[in-house]
Each structure stands twice: as structure tokens, then as C-alpha cells.
Design a binder for this molecule. Structure first.
Ligand code: RNT
Ligand code: ZN
Length: 419
């Protein structure tokens, strides 16, 4: 192993030339929570005591051995992955990760079905976020909150209500606010004739959920839009315009937009949307993912767009207003490697964004020095960032470079391969 401390000292000098306080930036990065999605560990299946695969137009591909089969296994895997991810973390659960003794349907779930998760989170000192599961269910085959079948729509409204109550329970027990994300798969393979009916029903369903739970405290609700899903290529009820319209019109402190990086047309980027939303909203929920040609939910990469998103949040001064959550599911590789890689990349992008002379670049721009602005912005793409990253990981005991990889391989041998 190289001399990490020495590398850090050199990098510190390099950044000091531009007035950047490396230690201060490490501290900000470290305190920025990332909500780690539980569903990478078992391919979005969950623990309801009923057979049935993943539906809703999202897909995991691959059959790499070792997926978690029980909540205890999943918690053990999450802990293993967390031991290699620096910075504050929360855990993001889906409603289908309940642990009732016997089958309990979605509209009947209660806080007690999540007691093990809560006790575990309290013991670890971490916060919990939550997601209603409006998919992978016999009643979600056609539509959920936008269904024209009132019985079905009411079922899903009851589910949304239960989820907000469970979110309040998470917040109360963990002492940290719970961020809930509402995503419905409703859409159509073909172009429908009535495109507003489903939207008005979805709107009414959300209104009913919020009205019935208006006393719930310390819960934030993201409304997640999407462009299309598999089997729903022509029409999506929760389109970007719908969700943005809903959030803005609702104008409640807790109802915000969720932007998933895989949910737009391929030339559209989330980094370019943030400022416009922040012109009207105080918070945004981010689903950091990696779309490859479609919403494929590949493991988050340290790529241009992930970096651009974090840069934009730093430049907007909105890093502490944005709920950053990961959302990917790859079943073709070791699932812990997937988690660690994706979460480390998300964290890396935050740190890299902080290690830039933002105030100076803003001044150049304000003074009309657009040439200087370009030169500065380009220079920092090749700054000695990784020396600071290694130091930060080492300081937090999360493994330098790839030192974690062999340990995860050992865990695969000892634990995962025996499942
Ligand atoms: C689907 C959405 C949604 C899901 C998770 C599992 O396209 O991105 O957020 O991925 O709820
Ligand atoms: Zn998402």
C-alpha cells in the first residue's frame, strides 16, 4: 500500500492553491446522508409470504448466486456492504420487505411488521426511509392508484396510507425523518384514448392518501415520475409533467419531486433539471441510478452525469436540501460488490464536487470572464481527487482503494455461496 497520508498532504497543498479547504470538504461530504436501497440484495423480491416475481415494468437480469433469502440475511449483507461505504448512511426499505409471521396484504401492513428493521436501525444508529410497493402484486397488473376499478384503487390508497403511518413510526423510533417515495407503474403498452382520466384518478388517490394522513409528522414524500416501463411503452400515468404539476400545485412542505436518473429520454439529464425545480421547491429526492439505453438500473458509475449532478447540487448550495438515494439492481454480479461500487461512486461524486473552487468560478462568471470559467471548470476534472478519497476512506476505516474487494470475495465464499 502506498503512503496514503503523504498523498493526502500533497493533495491538500494542491487544493490549497485554489483556496479549497480539503478537511472542511471531507467533513461536509461525510455528513451528507445517502439512503442505501435494500433491494439490491435480493433483486427487489422482498419477504412477503407469497410467491410471485418482480412486475411493474422494471427488471433485474442475471442469476448470480447468493441473493438474500431472509430479512436476517439481507441485514447481514447490508452491514457487510456498509462496512466499505464511508459517510452517513440511511437504509431505504420497500413495503414488501415486511416480516409478518403469516401473509399480510399490502393494505393491512402495520408498524409491527417492520419492528425487526427498526430495532436493527436503532441499534446501528441509522435512519430508515420507505417506499410503498405499488407493484409485484395481483392487484397491480393493470393499474394501481390510477385504476378505474374503484375497489382496486381503494386498495392501493389504503396501502399508501399505511405506508405513511409506517414512515412516521420509523421517524419516531430512529429520531431521523423518513423519506417516502411514491412510484406507481401505471401505464399502457398502446396509446390510450383517454389520457386524462387515469391522471385525475391518480391525483385524487394521492390527495386522499395525504388527507387521511395529514397528522403524520417527520415524513417527506417524493413523487417519482417516469417516461416509460417495459410493457407500458406508450403511456405513463405518472409522467414528469404530471408529477411536477402535482408537487407544485400541492405546495406542501413535505411533498417533493423525485428525480430518478433513469427516468428520462436518453438525451435529457437530471443535472440540467435541478435548478429549475429548486426555483420552486425547497427539497428534491434523487434516485441515483445508471440507465444504459433504457431505465436498466445498472450499478451507479463514477461517470460524467453522476458527477454533474453532485456538482450542480454544490453550485446551487442545495446539497443539504437534497435527499440522495440510490436505486439500482444488478443480479448478474456479486450483489455486495454492486452495492459497494454504486454507493462508493455516489459518495465519490459528492466529494469530487466539493473539491472545486465554486465561489471563484461563480465570480469569474459574474465578472463576464467566460474564458476563465471554462479553463477552471476543465482543470478540476483531472485534479488529484483520488488521493483525498483514499485518505477519507482510510480515516473512516472503510478500506483504501480496492482493499475491500478481496474481503467481499471471502464473504462470498464463506456466506453467500452456501445459500
Ligand atoms: C422504478 C422506480 C422505482 C423502483 C424502486 C424499486 O422505475 O425507479 O423507484 O426502482 O421503487
Ligand atoms: Zn427510482
Amino acid at each position: 500500500m502506498y503512503d496514503v497520508k503523504k498523498g493526502y498532504e500533497i493533495a491538500k497543498e494542491y487544493y490549497a492553491q485554489y483556496g479549497i479547504d480539503v478537511d472542511k470538504m471531507i467533513e461536509i461530504c461525510d455528513k451528507t446522508p445517502i439512503s442505501m436501497h435494500c433491494w439490491q440484495g435480493d433483486d427487489v423480491i422482498g419477504f412477503e409470504k407469497k410467491e410471485g416475481g418482480l412486475t411493474g415494468g422494471i427488471q433485474t437480469t442475471g442469476d448470480y448466486p447468493g441473493a438474500a433469502r431472509t430479512a436476517d440475511e439481507l441485514r447481514a449483507d447490508i452491514e457487510k456492504a456498509m462496512s466499505y461505504i464511508p459517510g452517513e448512511l440511511k437504509v431505504n426499505l420497500h413495503a414488501n420487505y415486511q416480516e409478518a409471521d403469516d401473509f399480510v396484504d399490502r393494505d393491512a401492513i402495520e408498524p409491527k411488521h417492520f419492528e425487526n428493521w427498526v430495532n436493527w436501525a436503532v441499534e446501528k444508529g441509522i435512519g430508515l426511509d420507505f417506499n410503498p410497493t405499488y407493484f409485484s402484486h395481483p392487484l397491480s397488473e393493470k393499474a394501481t392508484l390510477s385504476s378505474s376499478d374503484e375497489k382496486i384503487r381503494e386498495f392501493w390508497i389504503r396501502h399508501g396510507i399505511k405506508c405513511r403511518q409506517i414512515g412516521a413510526y420509523f421517524a419516531e423510533k430512529t429520531g431521523k425523518p423518513c423519506v417516502i417515495n411514491h412510484w406507481i407503474p401505471d401505464g399502457d403498452k398502446e396509446f390510450p384514448i383517454d389520457t386524462i382520466g387515469p391522471r385525475l384518478r391518480f391525483k385524487d388517490s394521492l390527495d386522499q392518501i395525504f388527507e387521511a394522513t395529514k397528522d403524520v409528522e417527520n415524513v417527506m414524500d417524493g413523487i417519482e415520475s417516469k417516461v416509460f416501463g417495459i410493457g407500458a411503452e406508450s403511456f405513463t400515468v405518472g409522467s414528469h409533467e404530471f408529477c411536477m404539476g402535482y408537487v407544485m400545485k400541492k405546495n406542501l412542505d413535505n411533498v417533493i419531486m423525485t428525480l430518478d436518473t433513469g427516468h428520462y429520454h436518453p438525451t435529457e439529464v437530471v443535472s440540467a433539471k435541478l435548478a429549475s425545480i429548486y426555483a420552486f421547491s425547497d427539497h428534491v429526492l434523487l434516485h441515483v441510478s445508471r440507465p444504459v439505453r433504457w431505465d436498466s438500473d445498472h450499478v451507479v458509475a463514477f461517470d460524467d452525469e453522476t458527477k454533474a449532478i453532485m456538482e450542480e447540487l454544490v453550485r446551487l448550495g442545495k446539497l443539504d436540501k437534497t435527499y440522495i438515494a440510490t436505486d439500482f439492481f444488478d443480479a448478474s454480479i456479486n450483489r455486495i460488490v454492486a452495492w459497494v461500487t454504486g454507493l462508493r461512486n455516489t459518495r465519490k461524486a459528492i466529494l469530487a464536487a466539493l473539491l472545486q473552487p465554486v465561489d471563484h468560478m461563480k465570480k469569474l462568471e459574474a465578472d463576464g470572464d467566460v474564458s476563465g470559467r471554462l479553463a477552471f471548470a476543465q482543470e478540476f476534472k483531472a485534479a488529484p481527487f483520488s488521493l483525498v478519497w483514499d485518505y477519507y476512506c482510510d480515516k473512516n476505516g472503510k478500506g483504501i482503494g480496492l482493499s475491500w474487494l478481496d474481503e467481499v470475495r471471502q464473504y462470498e465464499k464463506d456466506v453467500l455461496s452456501k445459500r
